[in-house]
Design a protein around this ligand. Structure first.
Ligand SMILES: NC(=O)c1ccc[n+]([C@@H]2O[C@H](COP(=O)([O-])OP(=O)(O)OC[C@H]3O[C@@H](n4cnc5c(N)ncnc54)[C@H](OP(=O)(O)O)[C@@H]3O)[C@@H](O)[C@H]2O)c1
Length: 243
């Protein structure tokens, strides 16, 4: 391998697999679904976790809204106010698995640098205030601040690989972050657990959303595998390609 090729490999973005559990009508809210004769509603999160484990990888990533539902911490003064690094801060390079969030404006807060045993890394917009960076660093959270006005998620993913050795990430919603990463051509695979249930409420959250224009002309899906799961669910895997 030439020196050029090895340098390129080192900075490749991680493989991104978008993993979601949904009903055939695209709903993301199992608590609102119809019951299935093959299984109760309570089975769906366990089934999702089982499929999550089969994919493996180095971590999971969610949007700001979804992460705010997981980390319910409130804004608090930094433990150690003072000078902060404005580009990157890595609090734990030895972690085995990572919980990654996209947070353009610095609206997420954490009580520690770990969630479910995974080390927290936040991808932030360029204008996020020093005070917020100091708060994250004080809580043991790692972060990358965008170098461009519009966050270049592809470049930030390459940094995650280069600095933390992250080679594969499960992208786990919600619709907004799934849509924006698909539109940017950053998603390699769509992995869907489809439960035999319906929500059918008007204007409910769904698997993917990308503004008024949608994703037509931006991506194509090619079936990789279709496998029956417990309780009448199926697991569909699609390779995501550029048209
Ligand atoms: N059933 C499931 O499997 C599942 C999984 C995940 C989530 N959910 C549900 O989905 C809902 C949340 O979904 P959502 O679509 O509203 O929110 P989301 O995808 O969790 O977060 C969207 C936010 O992430 C940030 N973001 C997204 N793309 C970005 C980009 N390219 N660059 C910079 N920032 C970006 C933006 O934050 P700013 O607004 O701060 O700029 C955006 O508003 C929740 O109800 C949650 O429970 C369900």
């Amino acid at each position: 391998m030439s020196a050029d090729a090895s340098t390129k490999d080192e900075f490749m973005k991680p493989t991104i697999i978008c993993l979601m559990i949904t009903s055939p009508d695209g709903s993301l809210h199992p608590s609102r679904w119809t019951k299935s004769p093959d299984g109760s509603r309570a089975d769906w999160s366990a089934l999702y976790e089982k499929v999550h484990a089969t994919h493996g990888g180095d971590g999971w990533m969610v949007g700001r809204v979804t992460m705010a539902e997981i980390s319910k911490a409130q804004a608090h003064p930094p433990a150690e106010p003072g000078k902060v690094s404005r580009s990157t801060h890595f609090a734990n390079r030895q972690a085995k698995s990572f919980a990654i969030a996209l947070d353009r404006s610095g609206r997420l807060h954490f009580n520690s640098g770990e969630l479910y045993g995974d080390h927290v890394v936040v991808l932030l917009g360029r204008d996020v205030p020093d005070q917020h960076l100091a708060e994250l660093a004080g809580d043991g959270v790692s972060y990358i601040v965008s170098e461009t006005d519009e966050m270049d998620i592809g470049a930030m993913l390459e940094i995650l690989n280069a600095e933390l050795g992250i080679k594969q990430i499960l992208l786990e919603g919600g619709a907004g972050v799934n849509g924006s990463l698909l539109a940017a051509g950053l998603v390699d695979e769509l992995s869907l657990v489809i439960a035999p249930a319906l929500e059918a409420r008007k204007n409910s959250d769904r698997v993917v959303e990308f503004g008024e224009e949608g994703l037509a002309g931006r991506v194509e899906l090619s079936l990789i595998a279709c496998e029956p799961l417990d309780h009448g669910a199926v697991h569909l895997r699609y390779k995501v390609m550029k048209p």
